[in-house]
Write a protein that binds this ligand. Sequence first.
Ligand code: ATP
Ligand code: MG
Length: 191
Amino acid sequence: MYICLEGIDGSGKSTQIVLLEKWLNDCGHDVLRIFEPTDSSIGKLIREMLRNPKAEEEDFQKTLALLFAADRMVLMDTIKVSEESNNVVISDRCFYSSIVYQNDAGWLYEINKFIRKPDIVILLDLDVDNALERCEGNDSFENRAFLEKIRKKYLKLAEENDFFVINANNGINKVHDDIKRVISPKIGRCI
Ligand SMILES: Nc1ncnc2c1ncn2[C@@H]1O[C@H](COP(=O)(O)OP(=O)(O)OP(=O)(O)O)[C@@H](O)[C@H]1O
Ligand SMILES: [Mg+2]
């Protein structure tokens, strides 16, 4: 079982994945917790490139998209081995982040065509006002417009791909309960 948490910055992915791992462990499941970009050398290069002032440029974005796909490809073997030992794999972001943050969806699907898609995707849907508040983000018109655009792309993908959409504006415990409610019926042993 491969479960992915998606959502805009500040939506609570990193907060919730820790709670999710603990809950799954308490239910007797072994868990592999992963994140993208990974901490492989490709992942490290991605993080470094994201800090580059040129990161917004089109060619740079294409290079990043390829690196994200490569970084993800390296993860596939880890996921496979882990699932063979019956671990539940939970991931902070996955393939769909590439689709919402980068352009040219057709090409992105192509370069990610060997990537295993998660069995369950949970979208933590957060209002942009709350995202800016939580991350003390840059409240400029451009940044707001960017976050709105990403949020809309996520919601569209969610509809097209049957993600579970959870209202991430609620408190941490309520969001955790909602995530448990989605996963319980699929996973066994957890109630
Ligand atoms: N439900 C919530 N209500 C209020 N604050 C929250 C909630 N969930 C998370 N936070 C807080 O919001 C901030 C961002 O949360 P978190 O780091 O989990 O988001 P994220 O989705 O992982 O963001 P990023 O994509 O930037 O890594 C943290 O300070 C966290 O404590
Ligand atoms: Mg995070």
